[in-house]
Write a protein of this length. Sequence first.
Length: 255
Amino acid sequence: MFENQLKNLGLTQTQAIVLDFLLEYGESRVREITKATPHPRGVVYKALEELAELNLIEKTENTKEVAKFKAKHPRGLEKILEEKELKLRQRQKTFEELLPSLISNYNLTINKPGVIFYEGEEGMRKILDDTLKSQTEVLLFLNVSALSQEEKFKTINDDYKQKRERAGVKKKIIRVGQKPANTFGQSTGKYAELTEIRYIEKELPAFKSSIQIYDNKISYQILDGENIISILAEDKNIYEMQKALFDLVWEEIAK
């Protein structure tokens, strides 16, 4: 009755068949369970032992009767889900730690930059979140006047700023646009500690995009109506070129 659903929760096919039988017919002997499955007795015994270890069934036996098995309360299945989620988080953490090395080896092998391309809001958030793991100061260049016209910019940017404050990632920002006359109350003390901003107060094209330079990576974000695109390129030469250009502009603004 519930075999497929139980399999989707993480049980093997045999475990799902056996548990489904016990949930439907109650306490049963191995012989009765085996008749209801396409598996031999030994396979059923193994599934029963596994289900008992998972605390989903219990065994009752005494010297005068053949052992019987019955299902425990179905809430025990929650523990399986919790363990699966824990393992998934551990695998995700391992993957994130391993990915930089894999990308480096990949780039060395094929001798060209590694590039990742995303479309949509979630892809943009994912690319922005990558900067939160940066081992270097993040350098950002954007046309804030143009991007501020986009409704989604404020939502995405505010969420990212909060994450960056929690991560403690330092950032230098060059903004194209008019410097505010009064910035009182516009940012928290933590944000101010982590962020240095300079302005290009000149008429430039109203490009609705930004570039972030960090950790041998360059990320581009385009936010123009429904056109939401993010690109992440990892290459030391491109990174050093873009960083040098940013530093030149940064110093020129200070003059």
